[in-house]
Every structure is written in structure tokens, then in C-alpha cells.
Ligand binder design. Sequence first.
Ligand SMILES: Cc1ncc(COP(=O)(O)O)c(C=O)c1O
Length: 397
Amino acid sequence: MAIDYFADQPSPSEIHDRMKGYASWFEIDLDSLGHNLKEIRDRVGVEVMPVVKNNAYGHGLLPVVAYLSRESMEWFMVAKLKEAVAIRDAGIPGHVVSMDAMFSEGQFREVVDKGITQVVYTREVADTLNEVAGRMGKEAETFVKVDTGLRRVGVPHSEAADLIEHVHNLPNVSVRGIFSTFMQNPDQDPVMLQRLLSVDEELRERGVQVELRSMASSDAIFHNPTAWLDMVRPGMSLYGVYPEKKDAASGLELRQVLTFKARIEHTKWVEEGDSVTYWGRFVAPRRMRIGTLHIGFYDGVPREMANVGRIKVDGVYKSSLGSVSLNHYLMDLADVDASVGDVVEVIGREDENSLFSTAETAGWMVYSLMNHLNPFTPRVYMEKGEPVALLDLRAMQ
Ligand SMILES: Cc1ncc(COP(=O)(O)O)c(C=O)c1O
């Protein structure tokens, strides 16, 4: 039976109370997530499989999946079996496609037992899945990964029709879809798409009908409509990040879902010439007021943000000061009204300190930034400006 994830959450006032003690938290705006989903769905008009791997790109797996399920999403894609199991154990309906590598009998049993859709691309894995499912008296679903030129994983496209026909004919396994990943190279991508379509054509000639063919992640959702096929697989765009800066003008409007907030832990005055933080990375040019936040690269702030972070406080942006510590990040508080306990925005939605700009400043891919946010930093989920869910994992176990 489907469980309402949000019904089990603390009330908004309880969440507000808990937040009073938080030194920092990620705020996840579910309305923005819903907005991005609608924009993508309206544009493509085909099945959408949200990519929620790596803790939903740092946004928190279960609340994000529960919300997307409420918005009638029926397919989810994860990288790790444990993510698929977590979704299943939470009672969230829909198909969960797991791309995890499979080594042990226990993994196969878990896939079958929990009704997870397993990615396969070798006969060995398909046959083992078939055998385990048979022993358990169940049927297992698969998605077959085709290597159309990325040469990472997947059955080589020249052998794909044979493998897919073989899996299709196994008694305890069904093929729900086939998919491939682009190189994101404008010269190579059309060739890769053609390779997947040829596999599908060959299968049809052999009387094997595959229901879902998928090639497009965010990049192709924006740049390659011919690749939308039956299903698209958005990751970063769903979380409100454009594949390229210029895509903001493409007519598909995204809203960044995540912001990073912190409370000022401590304030002090430093004198002209005083150095601040390890290696004296910042030296005060004059007497100035500074603040310390209880965050750092523990939470996912890149160490490259030394002296160049932009932190919003009291309606203005101020610079970070000195090196980024594991748990401390210092900032300029000159001429602003800010005291201990006040909330500042370390990653916001505006250009000055958005996910995209922060990544660019640090010399990181925005993808890396999102995927390095510590799961143990609390996450607060907002809907219509009110907190509706809280994810506050215990790091000590
Ligand atoms: C197979 C697959 N499809 C789709 C995506 C989503 O990619 P993007 O975040 O660029 O939309 C990923 C993410 O790495 C992926 O592994």
C-alpha cells in the first residue's frame, strides 16, 4: 500500500522549532521542483524518468521521490541498489530502475524481492536474474543499457539486438526498456542516436517490441528533440540547473530548487593587518567586523571558495574571508546589521551565489557541487513557503 511520506512528517511549527538549533541547513523548495518538472513535461510530451541518484543530486532521496510520485511520476532512476531499496521500503509506488553493479546472490534476491527494475547489459547478469527470479517464483523487470559509443558500460550496439532478444525470451525476466547515454559531442551524438534506433529496428524485424526507448538526459532535453524518443531522463534540470548558461534564454524556465543557509556563529572585530584563518589567507586591510559560520567543506563548500565566496546577509552580498575550514567559513560583516544567530545565504538563487556561479567560481562542475553536499547536513522541505518535511540524519551510528 502506498504511504503518504509527508503525512508522517513533523508539523511546520515543530520543524521551525528544530531549525532554531541548526547551524546550517539546505532548503529544498518543492514548488520549484514541481515547476521544473512541469516545464520539462510540457516541452517533451513523453514519459519522464527523474534521475534521483546520489541522494537526488544532494537534495535528499525520499522527500524528492515522494513529492515526484505525488506529481504522478511513475519511473525513477538510481545508481545504487540501496537507494532503490530505500524507495521501496518507504512504500512509494512506481518503477525504480537501478544501475548498480551486481556481484552477489543477495543483491539479485533483493532486486527480485523488492520488485526493482535492474539495468542489465550482459548475458551473465540477465541469466542469473532469471534463475534467481525463477527460484523465488517471481518475475524481474529489466532495462537494457546499450553502448552506442560512450564505451563505459552497456552491451555494444552491434551485439545489442541479440542480447535483448535473449533477455526478452527468458521466462522470468521482462525487458521494459532500452537506453543509452550520449557523449554530449555534437558530431558523435547523431551517430549514437542512430545506433540505438537501428537496434530497435532490428528487434522489431525479429518481432521483439520494446516499450520504452530512452537516450536524453538534460542536455538533449534542451538541445536535441529528435532524441526524446519514448522517455527522457532529467537530472540537473529537474533540480533547476541549466546544462549551459545560455539555456536560460531557451524558453524552458528552470528554478533552482536548493539554497544553503547558515546562522552566524560568532562575530568579532579584527584590526588592520590582522590575518584570518589558516596560512593567513586573508589579511584585514582596515579595522573591520567579521563573522564566523559553522559550515565548511564538511557540508560541501568547495575549498576553492577561499576569499571569493559571496554570502547574502541583511539583503546584500559580502565576501567570504580566508580559507575554508572543515567546519568554519568566515565572512565580511562590515556595514551590515547582523548578529549571532542571524541567518545568511551561502548558496542562493541569484547569479551572485547560485549553484551555477558558486561552481564556476570554484572551478568545479555544477554537477560535482550538487553531488558533494553532505547528506548529514539537515534538509528542510518547503511548500508554499512553509516547511513540510525534514531530513536530519544522524552521522554517528
Ligand atoms: C543514465 C543517466 N541518465 C540520465 C542522467 C541525468 O543526467 P543530467 O543530470 O545531465 O540530466 C544521468 C546522470 O548522470 C545518468 O547516469
